[in-house]
Design a protein around this ligand. Structure first.
Ligand code: 13P
Length: 258
């Protein structure tokens, strides 16, 4: 059975003081919400700080990117082994900002995914279409291409050790959330596509939705059959918003179990 997961992606935000304040508020308030799962993906320099703060809590630590190489002359790179050493359980790979701003190709994303798996991290693999691609009616083709590159590079079974995130690029940071029906349609498409190769893997695969999720819209999104939680950008930086989204995940989880 899939358990709801809410992961905050802080992106390039925060500092020592604001991180401490944010975590100081969310850690005690999420502590009683035991039936869903939570994570925060912090910028590299703050991993040690956040690792320390999260110790003993029910919130896992994640990073936002990983180098595809293991070690060596890769200036600026951060390896999967380094992330593991700082207690990361998750790492986001293939976020649309990495793809569009930093030029990461499907092949590079697949190699990063493989590096994460190899070092025991759970990759949160992001897929999603641009607005022009949605308007051109090629959403499913784009998402399939992004997924297929990872399956070709790492094998289908590797998806069993990962989390997927459907993040339509037009919904990221724009305040324009996909409707629950739009999200559900793509999530169901992804699950069905994987089920074609391995039904059990598809049934157990956690697929998050990301793109302008807020406390006010989270419940409707999480009520969808194939939406297993959220990858949260802006709203993960505001304690009350993030806690509200986590509560929505918990409520959805309890509804499913009831
Ligand atoms: P927003 O929640 O700010 O739209 O960002 C979504 C996202 O990119 C999470 O990875």
């Amino acid at each position: 059975m899939r358990t709801k997961l809410v992961a905050g992606n802080w992106k390039m935000n925060g500092n020592l003081a604001t991180n401490q304040a944010l975590l100081g508020t969310i850690i005690p308030r999420l502590a009683p919400l035991t039936r869903a799962r939570y994570a925060v993906c912090a910028p590299f320099p703050y991993l040690a700080q956040v690792q320390d703060a999260l110790r003993g809590s029910n919130i896992a630590l994640g990073a936002q990117d990983v180098c595809q190489f293991d070690a060596g002359a890769y200036t600026g790179g951060v390896s999967a082994a380094m992330l593991a050493e700082f207690g990361c359980r998750y790492v986001i790979v293939g976020h649309s900002e990495r793809r569009t701003v930093f030029g990461e190709t499907d092949e590079v994303v697949a190699r990063k995914f493989g590096a994460a798996i190899h070092h025991g991290l759970t990759p949160i693999l992001c897929v999603g279409e641009l607005l022009a691609e949605r308007e051109a009616g090629v959403t499913e083709a784009v998402v399939s291409r992004q997924l297929d590159a990872v399956i070709a590079g790492c094998g289908l079974a590797a998806l069993g050790k990962a989390v997927l995130a459907y993040e339509p690029v037009w919904a990221i940071g724009t305040g324009k959330t996909a409707t629950p029906q739009q999200a559900q349609a793509v999530h169901a498409f992804i699950r069905a596509r994987i089920a074609g190769a391995d039904r059990r893997l598809a049934d157990e695969l956690v697929i998050l939705y990301g793109g302008s999720v807020k406390a006010a819209n989270a419940s409707q999104l999480f009520a969808m059959q194939d939406v297993d939680g959220g990858l949260i950008g802006g709203a993960s930086l505001a304690a009350d918003e993030f806690i509200g989204i986590c509560r929505a995940a918990l409520d959805a989880e309890e509804t499913v179990r009831a």
